[in-house]
Design a protein around this ligand. Structure first.
Ligand code: FES
Length: 460
């Protein structure tokens, strides 16, 4: 963020009529509008804040089809054909980034590199994942060793993956897209998108927002939850050739940017101390370290790479679907002109490109066999049903809680989204909602959706 300038855009100057209105100027929204324009569909992007100001910047920017331990499970859940569509769409997304970057000469530190899943214990699972990926056409192998500074039971390597600087990329691609910043969408009604700056009438409306803010239809609040994860950027670490992700409890994420290592870990469900299930972080914060996840990451970095120094840190907020597959496609059967791209888990870079390609094909009526696995209307799996029960349990707990959390006593600690009791997060000094993951600062100002308004104050 410090090193990238994205040109500022004016707010929407008044009412407009276009073919497509894209809500959200993150990497998914900008790419979708870009591809629509190239396909002859005029599109505008409406952004409440600034281009790339959401989750696009809170990332380790791995461009990879290796999304944790996924392919063996996808084959068993959805079958070989649909699992193959997931693999193909994500592998194609990597190549499409390269094509665009080359074609436009974008300087965004794009680098080919392998991606590895490592474990200290699980050889068999990693071998199985490598076999599953290979069966779906990915160049994958199982190795006994890797360059990480500790011994592993094995690594599943995917070749020809990549990393880049997402904001440098976005800055240039956004130059070819009509974007209105500081234009918050207040309401969507049929073909009308209402903002405080004017109304856009569109044949197609794309919700490329982090978490869709319309509850019904779609019911995305019941089908997703959010997780937080943490990254420390440490300088003075010899560059790693590959990017890595641990699949064990306490597994970490490694990704180099020159001599800076981005070390990630210790994620959890937003609003709880419960560990995440995204394949990266499985453990709650251990006792005796003051509960500080950044401190734990720094200690880990020092132990592995003595003498390294912190230069930045950040956290990410990721939308998790119940079956680990993003929702990309029609928003709801009841709204045929609405489309959605959400639930990217921890894999926003490739998922954004997949969204742009799939949504452009659907809107322009082109064939897109890969769309089936991403369809928000796909069949409900047994795994998703189990996750739904867990998710429902959190929501019921959040709604039933009456304890007042610590923090600012002026704030009414009920989430404006659907009323769950907020939890005070002392580490980040925020109020976090355990139900669907909205977040607010100490003064109750909205940080993360699906809530759309600030918390109410007792004095109001
Ligand atoms: Fe839904 Fe808080 S985010 S109730």
């Amino acid at each position: 963020m410090a090193g990238t300038e994205i040109r500022k855009r004016e707010p929407l100057p008044g009412d407009r009529k276009v073919s497509a209105a894209v809500i959200g100027a993150g990497i998914a929204g900008i790419l979708t509008a870009y591809f629509l324009e190239k396909a002859g569909v005029s599109a505008v992007v409406l952004e409440a804040d600034r281009i790339g100001s959401g989750q696009t910047k809170n990332t380790t920017a791995k461009i990879t089809s290796q999304h944790g331990m996924i392919y063996d499970g996808l084959i068993r859940t959805f079958g070989q054909r649909m699992a193959g569509h997931y693999a193909r769409a994500n592998e194609d997304a990597i190549r499409e980034y390269e094509r665009l970057i080359q074609e436009k000469g974008i300087e965004c530190d794009f680098t080919w590199c392998p991606a590895g899943l490592y474990s200290l214990e699980e050889e068999v699972l990693l071998k199985r994942e490598a076999e599953a990926a290979r069966a779906l056409g990915i160049e994958a192998s199982f190795e006994k060793k890797c360059e990480l500074p500790f011994s592993v039971a094995g690594v599943t390597i995917f070749e020809r993956q990549a990393r880049f600087h997402p904001l440098k990329f976005l800055a240039q691609i956004a130059e070819e897209v009509e974007v209105y910043e500081q234009t918050k969408v207040l309401k969507v009604d049929g073909n009308r998108v209402e903002t405080a700056r004017g109304c856009v009438e569109a044949d197609f409306i794309v919700f490329a927002v982090h978490f869709p803010f319309i509850n019904i239809p779609g019911y995305y609040f019941a089908r997703m939850y959010q997780e937080r994860s943490y990254v420390e950027a440490m300088k003075g670490v010899k560059s790693l050739e590959g990017m890595y992700l641990g699949i064990d409890e306490q597994g970490l994420s490694f990704r180099s940017q020159g001599e800076t290592l981005l070390l990630g870990g210790y994620g959890h469900r937003t609003g709880t101390k419960q560990a995440g299930k995204g394949g990266i972080f499985h453990d709650a914060v251990p006792k005796g370290v003051g509960g500080c996840r950044y401190g734990m990451l720094r200690d880990k970095a020092q132990a592995l790479f003595p003498g390294c120094e912190e230069i930045a840190r950040w956290s990410a907020q990721d939308c998790m679907t119940l079956d680990k597959v993003p929702y990309i496609g029609r928003f709801s059967r009841r709204k045929p002109q609405w489309y959605v791209a959400t639930g990217f888990g921890k894999w926003g870079m490739t998922s954004a490109m997949v969204s742009a390609r799939v949504l452009t094909a659907l809107i322009t009526g082109k064939p897109c066999p890969e769309a089936d696995i991403f369809s928000p209307q796909r069949h409900f799996t047994a795994r998703a049903a189990k996750e739904l029960a867990v998710h429902g349990g959190h929501t019921v707990k959040g709604l039933a809680k009456h304890l007042i959390p610590s923090g600012n006593r002026e704030i009414i600690p009920n989430c404006p989204h659907m009323g769950c009791r907020l939890e005070w997060n002392p580490e980040e000094e925020t109020y976090d909602c355990p139900c669907h993951g909205s977040r607010f600062d100490r003064e109750g100002h909205l940080i993360d959706d699906p809530a759309q308004t600030n918390c109410r104050r007792r004095s109001e």
